[in-house]
Design a protein. Structure first.
Length: 174
């Protein structure tokens, strides 16, 4: 009964997050974010975020834990924005043997960010698997203020440069 209730909750959470930008969680600059969920057999789950203000994200960290030595993590794929079918970069078992049914499996991936995000951009992560046992999933990232490109005193600098060119041109014309 408890497993069915958990499956229903996970399915509801996944459906709520995958319905589009209207259900996307807002994210802001200069904040750490960590989200977690459980992926059950024959289900998929998704995280969706809407950028509430211009920001940068240097990297994303995706992690997973299972109870059968990493077997379910190996079969888990995830997609994000323009990449689909990615798998975990590193998977290991607490016993040292992948697939050991008596061991805990752990996996993680480090994903570089894609530069700056503008207000209204949507970032999506989706996870899919035909798992035997549940897989705990986590997604973490840190947002920062976008780095501004310093603009020098453009007016004065431009006028000085144009004046110098004009003087030089006039001098050589004489």
């Amino acid at each position: 009964m408890l497993r069915q209730l958990k499956t229903i909750c996970v399915a509801f959470f996944a459906a709520a997050l995958s319905t589009g930008a209207a259900t996307a969680a807002p994210i802001f600059a200069d904040q750490p974010y960590t989200f977690g969920t459980v992926l059950s057999n024959q289900f998929s789950t998704a995280f969706s975020f809407e950028v509430a203000e211009d920001l940068d994200i240097a990297s994303f960290v995706v992690n997973a834990t299972d109870t059968n030595g990493g077997s379910d993590i190996i079969s888990t794929t995830f997609s994000y924005n323009v990449v689909s079918g990615a798998t975990f970069d590193t998977v290991f078992s607490s016993s040292g043997t992948l697939g050991d049914p008596g061991a805990t499996g752990t996996g993680f991936s480090f994903i570089p960010g894609w530069g700056g995000y503008a207000t209204g951009d949507v970032i999506n992560f989706a996870f899919n698997a035909a798992v035997v046992d549940d897989v705990s999933l986590g997604l973490s990232f840190q947002t920062t203020q976008p780095t501004s490109v310093p603009i020098p005193a453009t007016g004065a600098l431009l006028l000085t440069a144009l004046g110098a060119v004009a003087l030089r041109k006039r001098r050589f014309a004489l």
